[in-house]
Design a protein around this ligand. Structure first.
Ligand code: CTP
Length: 449
């Protein structure tokens, strides 16, 4: 008698397939991390898209590292080669799976409102779409949600992976919990079936993480300032700015990936800081000055990237107790220390001299940038027009001009901030390599404001 023995390792079912995973802003977004792993275990190449709300629940960096692709978080985002990110995904994916799908996303999708990368990719694709909702039980049973789900299934032909009943984030028990992940994977496998691979040409797929970056900053110490400073008016109020820290953090992450030891001098930031960096918190300009001088001058860093948006003025006197409502209030402001200019001046006394990088956030013309570079004693100045769409505070992209003290002017196209960071670090590496050999140290301060 012969027995059929089931293999403990069934053949992977998604080999050669590109699966686009779109995650929306639900507590269950963290499960997208495990879903990437399961899809990759089936042999799929996975590219992730996040709605803006989803980025509050799960870090794009985590998903980028696991998927080996940049994460699409911005419907206006362009790939480094200027292709439109969500369209490349839509054209190349063998399936799109939206998990978790929120009530908002169901409403947007049912009505074709492409205000985020996930909805836009679904609208633009002819691949099968699978969606797995997750939400509060009452939201799931609301007639609006029911009608939207019905539309997606009946009119669009999307595959629903129904949520399960169980304990929900609200503490209630009921329907609305994201389906078990293997059910979602099975639905993706079934939706693709035996269709031909849609885009076998890797060049037409979203670019991969590719080769690990060269460790060209190995052994270097880089200081990066990030975020905005806050100057107290009283114990509860401050003068701040719109910087989120994205550009500075992108520089820190890129420097870490290239082998540097990185210190982040962090003002107020709205993005997670890389765990591999040494973090020094410095909310006020005065605290940031001390932290930057300590890390760059005393700490003999190889480079400073001053990406922080530093206040130019602060209240001359901060009140010890909360100011109460009354008549008009006049604040007397005094100028703050210019950290970059001070480091630029003091760095001249050091041998080897650290490479100093400043940023210049301008609105409109960048004409003042060359003078600012000279005045601050920087080797490089990254100038951008923060009033331009896709550039400046809070965006994932930036269009910058890198000015060199040698008179060079490098105008970069609109790029993801991580790519801007790498192009800037290419210049920092070149400047470090051009220094006469002695010790090494580099620090970076100033954020893309
Ligand atoms: N900077 C600094 N300390 C300050 C202000 C700015 O170190 N008190 C740094 C920023 O981090 C940035 C560079 O100087 O790297 C240029 O900042 P920017 O605000 O563009 O220039 P300002 O010196 O403020 O000049 P202006 O207000 O005339 O634009």
């Amino acid at each position: 008698m012969t027995a059929r023995v089931a293999s403990a390792h069934p053949a992977p079912r998604l080999v050669g397939r590109l699966v686009a995973l779109g995650a929306c802003g639900s507590i269950a977004a963290y499960k997208a991390v495990e879903l990437v792993r399961l899809l990759r275990a089936e042999g799929a190449d996975v590219v992730v898209m996040l709605t803006p709300a989803a980025t509050k629940f799960v870090a794009p960096l985590t998903l980028a590292a696991l998927s080996r692709h940049a994460v699409e978080t911005d419907v206006l985002g362009l790939l480094p080669d200027q292709r439109i990110g969500h369209i490349v995904v839509a054209d190349a994916a063998d399936a799109v799976v939206v998990a978790p799908a929120t009530a908002r996303w169901l409403g947007a999708m049912a009505n074709g409102i492409a205000s985020d990368a996930v909805t836009a990719a679904c609208l633009a694709t002819s691949a099968p779409v699978v969606f797995a909702p997750a939400m509060d039980g009452d939201m799931w049973t609301h007639p609006a949600t029911r009608a939207n789900v019905e539309r997606l299934v009946r009119d669009f032909g999307y595959t629903l992976v129904s949520p399960e009943a169980g304990e929900l984030a609200s503490g209630q028990t009921g329907p609305g919990r994201l389906a078990d992940l293997p059910r979602i994977v099975d639905a993706v496998v079934a939706a693709i079936g035996d269709r031909p691979v849609r885009q076998p040409d890797p060049a037409a797929r979203p670019p991969g993480a590719g080769e690990a970056p060269e460790a060209d900053l190995d052994g270097r110490t880089i200081v990066v300032s990030a975020g905005g400073t806050a100057e107290p008016i009283d114990p509860v109020r401050f003068i701040g700015n719109r910087s989120t820290g994205k550009m500075g953090v992108a520089i820190a992450e890129a420097a870490l990936a290239r082998g540097a030891a990185v210190t982040i001098v962090a003002g107020r930031v709205e993005v997670p800081l890389p765990v591999a960096a040494t973090v020094v918190r410095a909310e006020t300009t005065s605290a940031m000055r001390d932290a930057v001088l300590g890390a760059v001058i005393a700490g003999r860093a190889d480079a400073l990237v001053m990406a922080a948006a530093v206040a130019d003025f602060r209240p001359r006197h901060a009140a010890d107790t909360k100011l109460t409502r009354g008549g008009a209030l006049t604040l007397e402001l005094e100028p703050t220390e210019d950290i970059l200019a001070e480091v630029g001046a003091r760095a001249r006394e050091l041998d080897p001299r650290p490479v100093i990088v400043g940023f210049a956030a301008e609105t409109g013309s960048l004409d003042r940038a060359p003078e600012k570079l000279r005045r601050k004693g920087a080797d490089l100045l990254v100038a951008n027009d923060v009033s331009e769409a896709g550039s400046g505070f809070g965006t994932d992209t930036n269009r910058v001009v890198i000015l060199g003290a040698d008179g060079s002017r490098d105008e970069l196209p609109l790029l993801p901030k991580r790519d801007v960071a790498d192009r800037l670090l290419d210049r920092v590496v070149a400047a470090l390599d051009a220094r006469p050999a002695r010790g090494h140290t580099v620090a970076t301060t100033t954020e893309t404001r």
